[in-house]
Design a protein. Structure first.
Length: 83
């Protein structure tokens, strides 16, 4: 892939921001987490053993799920600064 700067990578037609959403505030439509494609995604992540072996937290797994399973126009990013 092409690294545009230290925070952005381009692989084919995909652009990665190399960011993980780390927050305790999340708003979701629960139908997303209940769909079969999320179950398959979570089963795959679980099969890798990283959640236990490398102590992957919920934030990177949820960020990967949202980025993998939703279209860009389905994601709302609220930039709310910390006080």
């Amino acid at each position: 892939g092409l690294v545009v700067d230290r925070n952005i990578s381009v692989v084919g037609t995909l652009v990665y921001t190399n960011q993980i959403i780390m927050t305790d505030f999340q708003v979701f439509d629960l139908q997303f987490w209940r769909q079969p494609s999320f179950d398959r995604f979570f089963d795959f992540i679980y099969s890798l053993g990283g959640a236990h072996r490398y102590r992957w937290g919920d934030a990177p797994v949820m960020t990967a799920a949202v980025g993998s399973l939703l279209d860009e126009d389905q994601i709302w990013n609220a930039s709310i600064p910390y006080c």
